[in-house]
Unconditional design. Structure first.
Length: 361
């Protein structure tokens, strides 16, 4: 028995290198260093020093002879994550954000212990479908890369709580994303998207939803099923209608929809929503440049919804006294009537917003 114990100890020791980590882990780290130009990292303190434990290498954490964390954010990594990364069986956190990483290997799918991947602000253009094998993943941050599509296998990440895809070139999301009912934070802002799928209503645990700076024209009524929502940020789209189901969100604290194309008929029914920000909407109507004959009559009218609207017409940005209807009629036109006309609309219920009609010249 004593001899067997000695043999086992020798075998175990042989798979641990002098730097107090499993050999396969050490090899993976060396490959990462070589493939991302480690000599030019901002901080490569103690890396590749065989006389020091790997746990002393900058950005590396070790537990039980295994690498459990790689934290090399903002460190001038340039190149590809090597396939050897897939040998880090105990890795739980991979943070290489704010670098110049070009690709993720298929072997990423071998990392069953992985809970967090942060690849924010890199140059990654492809997400391998094997990502779906990382079944313990809770946080996946891929914002500001060059991604054009997301694999359907992302729907296999049933423990995912945080997914950030903003600042890419993704036009369409796979339906499988909306099977991720553990999601609490979803961000696909600043992509080329024009439709929020109605499947969004499946995400009943979603607390924070950010979709700003896209090309959305409406919010689906099904968003009202996301009863855990606290924060919605959809500024900078082309949204011109809102569902009344937004009133069904009992925990909402912020609804940020500035810089869209809303009018007062969209806003009035929802002003009771806490933190509803709707200032700076797009101008209404169409610009007109026309010629009118002397001594004739010219009629201008603004068509916009809202039950509690106030109107004020201006000529050359000067208030026209008494012109407070949604229309303006100029009779017996003279040369003095030539100029640029527009109407400003405010609302007694939806305070803080002034809508402007486009110029009529």
């Amino acid at each position: 028995m004593k001899r067997l114990s000695i043999i086992c100890f020798i075998v175990f020791s042989s798979i641990i290198c002098k730097t107090q980590v499993f050999v396969q882990d050490s090899i993976a780290l060396v490959a990462l260093y070589d493939s991302t130009n480690g000599d030019n990292w901002y901080n490569n303190l103690n890396w590749l020093d065989e006389n020091l434990p790997v746990g002393n290498w900058y950005g590396i954490e070790i537990e039980n002879y295994s690498v459990v964390q790689i934290n090399l954010s903002s460190n001038n990594l340039v190149g590809n994550i090597p396939s050897e990364i897939g040998n880090l069986n105990s890795l739980s956190i991979l943070d290489v954000s704010y670098n110049s990483i070009l690709s993720i290997p298929v072997s990423i799918g071998n990392l069953f212990s992985l809970e967090e991947i942060d690849l924010s602000l890199n140059d990654v253009s492809f997400l391998p479908s094997s990502i779906g094998n990382c079944s313990n993943l809770k946080r996946l941050q891929l914002n500001v890369n060059n991604l054009q599509e997301i694999p359907a296998e992302i729907g296999d990440l049933t423990n995912l709580e945080r997914l950030i895809l903003g600042g890419n070139n993704i036009n369409v999301l796979p339906d499988e994303i909306f099977d991720l009912t553990s999601l609490r934070y979803l961000n696909f802002a600043a992509n080329g998207m024009d439709t929020i799928p109605s499947l969004i209503g499946n995400l009943v645990n979603l607390e924070n939803f950010q979709f700003f700076n896209n090309h959305f024209t409406f919010i689906p009524a099904e968003l009202g099923n996301c009863i855990s929502l606290e924060y919605i940020n959809g500024y900078g789209n082309d949204i011109d209608s809102l569902p009344l189901t937004l009133l069904n969100l009992p925990y909402i604290e912020t609804l940020f929809l500035a810089y869209n194309s809303l009018t007062f008929d969209d806003i009035e029914p929802l002003v009771s929503i806490p933190g509803f920000e709707y200032w700076l909407q797009d101008s209404i109507g169409v610009s007109i440049d026309t010629t009118v004959f002397i001594d004739t009559t010219f009629y201008m009218e603004i068509h916009t919804g809202g039950e509690f609207n106030n109107y004020q017409w201006k000529k050359d940005n000067v208030i026209i006294e008494g012109a407070t209807n949604n229309y303006l009629e100029l009779s017996n036109i003279t040369l003095a009537d030539s100029g640029k006309y527009n109407c400003e609309i405010t609302n007694d219920v939806a305070a803080g917003l002034t809508l402007h009609s486009r110029l009529i010249s």
